[in-house]
Design a protein around this ligand. Structure first.
Ligand code: AR6
Length: 172
């Protein structure tokens, strides 16, 4: 199971996978961070398709095409804003990852790449966010046997180290 997980440092918009995940906001109409990078790389047809989706609730996920991206699809999810952990943030972040895997499964997508959802502008502590990502990846690999590859894309060296350590703990 754990050989289906890859942890890399880099830019998610460069990956040629069935789907990259976007850490979006409820409007799905673009923003900063990884959302801005994905929309810039995909081109204007992406926001046009997003505008037809009616937004996305926190903890849910919706799929579009990838347009000019090397990835064939984008799964847009919305993680929670961190308010200290007592406002349902862990449950919502679990749900965001879980819904991404369900949407991938529902669309026959076998390779999926994730950024650190909520761990940028939304302020979720990286270590806690990473643990949730790994737990949901483990659950998805047990449930969706067609899944071939899950890539965790870390933007910084600090994030990379946290992902590698947490991977060893969860998949020990
Ligand atoms: N590739 C991979 N990871 C990246 C990239 C990239 N090209 N660019 C940034 N990251 P954030 P959030 C990392 O803030 O916290 C947007 O405005 C980044 O270093 O993009 O879920 C949306 O519209 C961090 O570790 O997403 C929302 O309003 C991680 O991606 C809001 O930000 C997530 O950081 C969502 O905030």
């Amino acid at each position: 199971m754990k050989d289906k997980i890859r942890i890399i440092q880099g830019d998610i918009t460069k990956l040629e996978v069935d789907a990259i995940v976007n850490a979006a906001n409820n409007s799905l109409l673009g923003g900063g961070g990884v959302d801005g990078a994905i929309h810039r790389a995909a081109g204007p047809k992406l926001v046009a398709e997003c505008a037809t989706l009616g937004g996305c609730r926190t903890g849910d996920a919706k799929v579009t095409k990838g347009y000019n991206l090397p990835a064939r699809h984008v799964i847009h999810t919305v993680g929670p804003v961190w308010h200290g952990g007592g406002k349902g943030e862990p449950e919502l972040l679990h749900s965001a990852y879980r819904r991404c895997f369900e949407v991938a499964h529902g669309n026959g997508l076998k390779s999926i790449a994730f950024p650190a959802i909520s761990a940028g502008v939304y302020g979720y502590p990286m270590k806690e966010a990473c643990r949730i990502a790994m737990e949901e990846a483990k659950a998805a690999l047990g449930k969706f046997l067609e899944l071939e590859e899950i890539v965790f894309v870390c933007f910084s060296g600090t994030a990379l180290k946290i992902y590698q350590e947490t991977f060893s703990e969860i998949f020990a």
